[in-house]
Write a protein that binds this ligand. Structure first.
Ligand code: BGC
Length: 480
């Protein structure tokens, strides 16, 4: 049915049927109110006669209205009986007591009818409201249709070829969509970031002059950095363990530091892990030379979750943090997914003054950020900040939400998450089957935002099954 026709039908039904029904019901209710008032008054009079002293012996003195405001005195000598109108023009002579019983029954019936008609009137009012809203909506739609029609007329009047406009705008959208993928970068102007030239001064580490304290500090900017994009896709080579060890001079436990100078930055890279051996191998092959070129003193810690429980990424971070502090007194932690690889050497893996979300651009999101508050994939946090926010939540089992919770914790501390220039903080994600998001992640997130109980490092419980310094990383095998 065309919306015009529908609108007419609705208006007709509203005005001629529903409004008429409501009028009748309102009239019926007024009649019922009058009846109830008259019967109640009569009942009151009878009760008064029964209770008035001497009324039975002396009779009743009253006034009778003759009309036009003329009253005459009247005397009813026998008040023991009364004529009651029982409907249809019939009057019945009853004793006062019988009359009271009759009136009680009659009032009960009248009240039931009144309740029924109140219900009917509420129902009709509801229907009227419904049709009224429907009409409003249809009128709105017609407004839009009329607006579109006017626009089409307007476009026609200026002689524009609509098909061509459509074709050109579709082509433009496709090109704009493809540009970031072809260039391998997306310079997003919607979020602030630390510009490439300011990165070094944002880092926390020893950044004083090289001559001080007779220590042979490494240069502020490592001469080994290559100013090129290393990865265009997730086809990452894997090298044999011994070759990686040799190439990057990796010590037991996945520890490495520059040979020729003292590093200005000491960091631990914590990687939560389960059943991703190929990714882990690719990660280690790529990351050891990458971190070495940055002249960092680092350790890679892999926290592997055993058992059948759903993966708990954030809890593994808490465990990695706690256990690593038993090995080294490090001030900077990088919590990193195993399937994420940085494409640019100037993305320095050291901590910044503020907590840092490591990627500003990633291939799976067309080198774009899906939302500003994103804290997934990789973050760099100072030890003091981690302790102040009681680490990560232990309550997120399964995929998603734990990084959003981290973002909330950072905000609660009054800090902001920073990011590096998208041209530098650009990543590739190794291909994998996408995980099914945990159903309860938003509930947990919401509960955490309102909870006052502790949840984090202070409530962390786990079983350490194995702690081993392997050639390319420190393994923490745990159950949680
Ligand atoms: C999840 C995050 C995830 C993000 C991007 C969100 O819905 O809660 O954990 O990092 O999506 O994939």
């Amino acid at each position: 049915m065309a919306s015009n026709e529908k609108l007419e039908k609705y208006e007709h039904y509203l005005n001629n049927v529903l409004r008429e029904d409501l009028r009748l019901i309102v009239e019926e209710r007024e009649r019922l109110y009058e009846d109830i008032a008259a019967h109640s008054q009569l009942r009151q009079t009878i009760t008064c006669i029964l209770e008035a002293p001497g009324c039975a012996e002396e009779g009743l003195r009253t006034q009778v209205d003759l009309g036009s405001n003329f009253y005459v005195q009247a005397h009813v000598p026998d008040t023991s009986r009364i004529f009651i109108n029982i409907g249809l023009g019939f009057h019945l002579e009853l004793t006062l007591q019988e009359a009271l019983e009759f009136l009680d029954k009659k009032l009960a019936i009248l009240n039931t009818r009144l309740a029924d008609s109140s219900k009917k009137s509420a129902k009709i009012k509801g229907q009227i409201k419904f049709f009224y809203e429907a009409i409003k909506e249809l009128q709105g739609q017609q407004g839009v249709i009329a607006y579109c029609a006017t626009m089409v007329e307007l476009v026609k009047s200026v002689n524009v070829n609509l098909a061509r406009v459509w074709l050109v705008s579709s082509l433009l959208s496709i090109i704009l969509w493809l540009v970031p993928l072809l260039l391998g970068k997306y310079v997003d102007i919607t979020f602030p970031y630390i510009h490439r030239e300011d990165i070094m001064q944002e880092l926390v580490g020893f950044v004083g002059p090289t001559e001080s304290q007779n220590v042979d500090w490494c240069p502020i900017v490592s001469p080994l950095l290559q100013d090129t994009v290393h990865l265009m896709s997730s086809n990452v080579e894997v090298l044999p363990e011994e070759e990686i060890v040799k190439k990057s001079d990796v010590q037991e436990g996945g520890v490495s530091k520059p040979k020729s100078c003292k590093s200005r930055y000491q960091v631990v890279v914590v990687v939560p892990y389960r059943n991703r051996s190929t990714h882990l191998h690719q990660f280690l092959t790529y990351m050891h030379p990458f971190l070495t070129r940055q002249q960092l003193h680092y350790r890679i810690v892999v926290v592997e979750q055993s058992g059948e429980a759903a993966f708990n990424r954030a809890k593994l971070f808490n465990i990695g943090f706690t256990e690593t502090l038993k090995l080294d007194q490090v001030d900077c932690f990088i919590f990193h997914d195993v399937d994420l690889l940085p494409r640019h050497d100037y993305n320095i893996y050291a901590c910044t003054h503020n907590p840092r979300h490591m990627y500003s651009a990633v291939d799976i999101f067309r080198y774009h950020l899906p939302y500003r508050g994103l804290a997934g994939g990789a973050v760099a946090l100072q030890r003091s900040h981690i302790l102040a926010m009681d680490g990560f939540s232990n309550r997120f089992f399964g995929w998603g939400g734990e990084d959003d919770d981290l973002n909330a914790r950072i905000h609660r501390l009054g800090l902001v998450m920073v990011r590096f220039d998208p041209a530098v903080a650009s990543y590739v994600m190794l291909t994998h089957k996408s995980e099914t998001p945990a159903q309860d992640r938003f509930t947990t997130l919401w509960e955490n935002s309102r909870k006052v109980e502790k949840d984090g490092l202070s409530t962390l419980e786990y079983k350490l099954i194995e702690k081993k310094e392997k050639p390319l990383y420190t393994l923490l095998l745990v159950s949680c």
